[in-house]
Design a protein around this ligand. Structure first.
Ligand code: GDP
Length: 528
């Protein structure tokens, strides 16, 4: 393999941010992009935030698309690295896409609000990271406000997320008493200045905490820091790179994104420690990023501005080999060769004429509905990447078709929207209903609006009393038949005909799982 390829490969870092709404993801993203010189992009992120309380009206969503396409993949350069930050939509945009984006990254950054600790959405996203043992770096945000004590926050993370915390920096006070952080790794003190330093502030090197300069700089808080660090040396886990890379330990940084404090220290650690493109499993073998043959998979599909043309952009993560504009590749599911002539290469702001992309990079392929989520693209050897699943929906609605003559179009529309990952649907074994399933409730409105605009189907939806869905499997055919007979009323087929248990309540689900130990109840279903 040529040296240029390996150099490019080594530079790549592809990651996503996991957080609960309002923890500071957007603010942090802006600061990261600014360090990378992608100022214009930071503007787009801000614009998106301003419009995030968009109504559920499809046109408003469409208008935002222009921005959201550019912010889906944010690429910036920092310290010799080419960093791809994949957006994990939160707030109203929260959907299955948010989960699936995490299947396309090599590591994640977790942002926690210091006053709130671990919140539900972070827990959910963490579950997805755990599926592939994704390495996670943690940023505890908003230290300029009063919050939980640092030890309580670490305890909360360890309890709720079952991951060991290794603090690499330690805060000195918080809220009005926030004086800065002490970098435990480099033994440097960083003093807090509200408002945000635009340039790198050199840390003050204090190797021995008994140094009387500490009193000059921190006053009475010097002693607090000494006590904290002494306590940590006895109680905290020492940082171990391999534990981080295995996903069992998270290095922790403290700071304030809005004041641009602590962000740079974390970014420096990120480029040093976060993994580059990792090997990925397929149905036949594991593919290493260094392999010469191009391969990649589609993890997200976005409908384009012009709904009449059913124009879509498929976001493809490159897993191995080099992508060159116009190259011919095979698409596994349809077994056909396609020319990637009109692919968009997401690139850093300062490089406008890029015709190549490397493992870890994302390319956008324009198509008219011929690409499904999970599709693999390969150059020579037929491959099919695994680990790009459907996630069990948390919300359910029953579709009401206004014009019964449109039943065929409804099925066609829903099937295509399901292939795209926009929504899931289920058909109960008894009856002719369509039950929609989604991870974020805005997905229902988007589905109705798109059914109308793209398929001419006038439909709406009504509540239905399901609380959870699980894909069902069982090796023992007899047991399965018994289960089907008994649970007939709660069973359905998904859009691809896979048997699914739709539980009326979480309690009933637990009950069924206890009662039927031979049956597998799955929260995800692989699309490959
Ligand atoms: P997101 O929903 O996770 O993207 O969060 P945002 O970045 O939009 O931030 C949510 C709110 O927290 C906004 O009002 C921010 O200005 C505020 N915020 C972000 N970082 C900080 C911080 O370090 N300190 C304080 N006090 N507020 C912050």
């Amino acid at each position: 393999m040529d040296r240029h390829f390996l150099t490019e490969l080594k530079k790549r870092r592809t990651f996503g941010i996991i957080s609960h709404p309002d923890a500071g993801k957007t603010t942090l993203t802006e600061k990261l992009l600014m360090f990378g010189g992608a100022i214009q992009m930071a503007g787009a992120v801000k614009a998106k935030r301003a419009g995030r309380y968009a109504t559920s009206d499809w046109m408003a969503i469409e208008k935002e698309r222009g921005i959201s396409v550019t912010t889906s993949v944010m690429k910036f350069n920092y310290s010799d690295c080419e960093i791809n930050l994949l957006d994990t939509p939160g707030h109203q945009d929260f959907s299955e896409d948010t989960y699936r984006v995490l299947t396309a990254v090599d590591s994640a950054l977790m942002v926690i609000d210091s006053a709130k600790g671990v919140e539900p959405q972070t827990e959910k996203l963490m579950e997805v990271c755990r599926m592939r043992n994704t390495p996670i770096m943690t940023f505890i945000n908003k230290l300029d406000r009063d919050g939980m004590t640092p030890l309580d926050i670490l305890g909360d993370i360890e309890d709720k997320l079952q991951i060991e915390c290794a603090p690499l920096s330690w805060p000195i006070g918080m809220g009005k008493r926030f004086r800065g952080v002490y970098n435990l790794h480099q033994r440097q003190l960083h003093l807090f200045q509200p408002g945000g330093q635009t340039r790198h502030q050199e840390g003050i090197v204090i190797t021995d905490l008994a140094d009387p300069r500490l009193e000059e700089l921190l006053g009475s808080q010097a002693e607090e820091l000494r006590e904290d660090v002494e306590l940590l040396e006895g109680a905290a886990n020492p940082f171990e790179l391999d534990q981080y890379l295995k996903g069992s330990q998270t290095p922790v940084f403290f700071g304030s994104a809005i004041n641009n404090f602590g962000v740079r220290e974390m970014l420096d650690a990120f480029v040093e420690m976060a993994p580059g493109p990792m090997a990925r499993p397929t149905t036949t073998r594991v593919v290493a990023p260094e392999e010469a043959q191009f391969s990649g998979f589609a993890f997200k599909i976005q409908a384009n501005m012009d709904p009449a043309h059913r124009d879509r952009i498929a976001f493809v993560r490159i897993c191995s080999g080099k992508f060159t504009r116009g190259m011919k590749v095979y698409q596994t599911r349809i077994g056909k060769q396609v020319t990637l002539a009109n692919a968009t290469i997401f690139m850093a702001q300062d490089r406008s004429h890029v015709d190549e992309a490397y493992p870890g990079d994302i390319i956008g392929i324009h198509n008219h509905g011929t690409i499904s989520i999970g599709d693999t693209f390969y150059e020579k050897e037929p491959l099919s990447f695994t680990g790009i699943p459907n996630f069990a929906p948390d919300h359910f609605r029953r579709v009401r078709l206004k014009n019964p003559l449109k039943a065929k179009q409804l099925l066609k529309g829903l099937t295509q929207l399901a292939e795209e990952g926009a929504v899931q649907f289920f058909r109960p074994l008894s009856g002719n209903d369509y039950i929609l399933g989604a991870v974020g409730i805005l997905q229902f409105d988007v589905t109705m609006a798109r059914l109308k605009a793209e398929y001419g189907v006038d439909a709406d939806y009504e509540p239905v009393s399901f609380a959870a869905a699980r894909w069902v499997t069982c090796e023992d055919k007899k047991q399965l038949a018994l289960f089907e007979k008994e649970k007939q009323a709660s069973l359905a087929n998904d859009s691809q005909g896979n048997l699914t248990y739709l539980a009326p309540s979480l309690w009933r689900l637990e009950n069924a799982m206890e009662e039927w130990p031979m049956i597998g109840f799955h929260k995800t279903r692989d699309l490959a």
